[in-house]
Design a protein around this ligand. Structure first.
Ligand code: NI
Ligand code: MN
Length: 227
């Protein structure tokens, strides 16, 4: 059983068999978050999709408090060890897969940008394809629509897509992405954190139901789905 908990924005807690992994934890300065960086224990790994502050903000603090390993593209992994004293990192790159206790993590492309908060080069932005037991979950992370999503993620059990628009794809393109990917379940992310990315997730869900074969699942902040 794989459990995904939406922590708001692009932040997720991924759990299976007692293993706990975070993706892009952004909690302290996030007006939509209900959990804070101190609320976590037993986190083994933290996946980071790209260098923007709303994805890297709390990763070092949580990694250092939990003794967790940060998994990120090579440049970002190096930045965490050099500048934030993170002891354990896995630096990887697009197309590569690494095995961690919860399952396998493949780093896949995303169409976005990736400068780190201090202006450092953050390499390329990424998404993640997780295989946990037999369950495949695609986190598109911050991205525009692009057709290669289909190559990496076609037929996944769950796809997590941004819908906030402005900084990522919006509702129209996330419906188009769902048509291409054909996931069993699709979940929205990266919206309602601040006014510029306000969206009506019920409108989105209605369109997913009417225009695709996927089942939309809209989580409240802090709510979970078991796959
Ligand atoms: Ni971003
Ligand atoms: Mn973002």
């Amino acid at each position: 059983m794989t459990k995904l908990t939406w922590l708001s924005h692009g932040s997720w807690l991924i759990e299976s068999d007692g293993q706990r992994v975070l993706l892009d934890p952004f909690l302290g300065d996030n007006p939509a978050a209900t959990m804070k960086p101190d609320d976590f224990d037993g986190i083994s790994h933290i996946l980071i999709s790209h260098g923007h502050f709303d994805h890297v903000a709390d990763a070092a603090a949580i990694a250092n408090a939990n003794g967790a390993t940060i998994v990120a593209i090579f440049e970002i992994a190096q930045w965490f060890s050099a500048n934030h004293d993170v002891k354990s990192t896995i630096g990887m790159n697009l197309g590569g897969t690494t095995s961690i206790p919860i399952g396998t993590v493949k780093m896949v492309p995303a169409l976005h940008s990736s400068q780190l908060p201090d202006g450092s080069y953050g390499g390329e932005p990424a998404g993640f394809l997780l295989t946990i037991d037999e369950t495949r979950v695609y986190f598109a992370c911050d991205t525009a629509l692009f057709s290669d999503m289909k190559l990496y993620a076609h037929g996944v059990d769950a796809a997590v897509l941004p819908i906030g628009d402005l900084f990522t794809m919006g509702i129209d393109d996330s419906v188009a992405a769902t048509k291409m990917i054909e996931p069993k379940v699709v979940l929205p992310a990266h919206y309602n954190t601040w006014p510029p990315i306000q969206q009506d997730a019920n409108d989105w869900a209605e369109r997913i139901r009417n225009e695709t074969g996927a089942r939309p699942v809209v989580l409240d902040v802090g709510q979970s789905i078991e796959l």
